[in-house]
Design a protein around this ligand. Structure first.
Ligand code: AMP
Length: 368
């Protein structure tokens, strides 16, 4: 596994359960996935010796972070099966390439303009408001700036940081944000999980509801759109397609993750096959099957200091009391504002009841 975050950790758990051993390469010695790793590589991704050692240790390679250097994946895939490959990684790593790919393949997306220098913002001929995003290395709302007015746009050129290029995307007046996990097997079989309904705070996923509260035809359109996007890439692996539901007749693609997704954590609890088991299956060339739903779920992300509050015995106990909550903590050593420290899955049969419970838990954790 390239990358040692929580997604890699859940993959490693699934792989261990199925009888595999997992090697994790991540420069951080205390990366969450290393809790489940048989072999741990702690050097930077540019280390040539580790590349040789890693390749000779493993039989197949997957990834859990879209900022793994593409050159590294290209070097590995010439020796060992690597799923997904550098093709989908390269698309996901660069918003401009990703958007061009989507547009060229006829998929609907928000209007945007490319920008090479912050000073070019004033020349953009596109209706406001916008969200300006870095084309590369952005995640969880980092590297994003909202611009509502011409005045803000004029001020913003001096505030935009990091390396260009950027995209200035029109703000989409969505009814709901959805995401769909798609699995593509080595034999071309392609299945989708039902859409989740997502809410964000400051660009970070806060809650995720499955099933989404949408009508069956919208559900079908969302799943079909996501499936077509992944089929058009044609790479085996687990993917997530993030969508904006503008209205039942208009669903736009926001972005593609070439890996399992935060909004798919619930599949461990609520489906017969989790997105992580499917990542193992896709990697090992095993069959990809339509998973059966076991329950409805609401996921609540535990962000930053909320983890400290949750770690107090009385808070843990309060959250667990209803019998519908399962706590997953990632074992991260340092707490930073907005950092994903863990999540709680509320399982049951009534999504509204579960959402209420998750909101009450959030109020306790964040002292709102
Ligand atoms: P992203 O990193 O592109 O997934 O953006 C993070 C979050 O910011 C999204 O999930 C939305 O909540 C919000 N966002 C991003 N782009 C747009 C847009 N064009 N219109 C409205 N909201 C957006």
């Amino acid at each position: 596994m390239l990358g040692g975050g929580q997604l890699g950790g859940f993959f490693a758990e699934a792989a261990l359960r199925m009888g595999y051993k997992v090697a994790v390469w991540d420069p951080s010695e205390s990366a969450p996935a290393k809790r489940f790793a048989t072999h741990k590589f702690n050097t930077p991704f540019s280390d040539a010796n580790t590349l040789n050692e890693f390749v000779s240790t493993v039989d197949a390679v997957s990834l859990e972070w879209e900022n793994i250097p593409v050159e590294l994946v290209e070097a590995i895939q010439s020796h060992k099966p690597t799923r997904p490959s550098s093709k989908s990684l390269g698309l996901a790593q660069n918003r401009i390439k990703e958007k061009q790919f989507l547009r060229d393949n006829g998929f609907p997306l928000s209007e945007y303009k490319e920008i090479n220098r912050p000073s070019d913002l004033v020349k953009v001929d596109q209706e406001l408001p916008w969200i300006v995003k870095t084309a590369t290395m952005g995640y969880d709302g980092h590297g994003q700036w909202r611009i509502n007015t011409e005045h803000e746009r004029d001020q913003m050129s001096s505030q935009i940081s990091g390396e260009g290029p950027w995209v200035a995307e029109k703000v989409v007046p969505f009814e709901m944000e959805l995401s769909v996990v798609v699995v593509q097997g080595t034999d071309g079989t392609c299945i989708t999980y039902p859409a989740t309904e997502n809410t964000h705070e400051n660009g970070i996923l806060r809650m995720s509801m499955c099933p989404a509260r949408i009508d069956p035809s919208t559900e079908l359109s969302a799943q079909n759109l996501a499936k077509e996007v992944i089929k058009s890439i044609g790479d085996p692996g687990v993917f997530c397609v993030e969508l904006f539901l503008v209205n039942p007749d208009k669903i736009l693609v926001n972005e593609i993750a070439p890996r399992p997704h935060n909004s798919g954590h619930h599949t461990i609890d609520s489906f017969s096959i989790s997105q992580y088991e499917h990542q193992v299956r896709a990697l090992c060339g095993l069959s990809i099957s339509q998973p059966l739903r076991i329950s409805s779920t609401v996921l609540l992300n535990v962000l930053g200091d909320e983890a400290t509050t949750l770690s107090r015995a009385e808070t843990t106990d309060l959250i667990l009391k209803t019998g519908r909550a399962r706590i997953y903590m990632y074992g991260k050593e340092s707490v930073r504002p907005g950092r994903k420290m863990g999540h709680i899955i509320f399982s049951g049969d009534n999504i509204d009841v579960l959402e209420k419970e998750a909101s009450e838990a959030l109020a306790v954790l964040s002292d709102r």
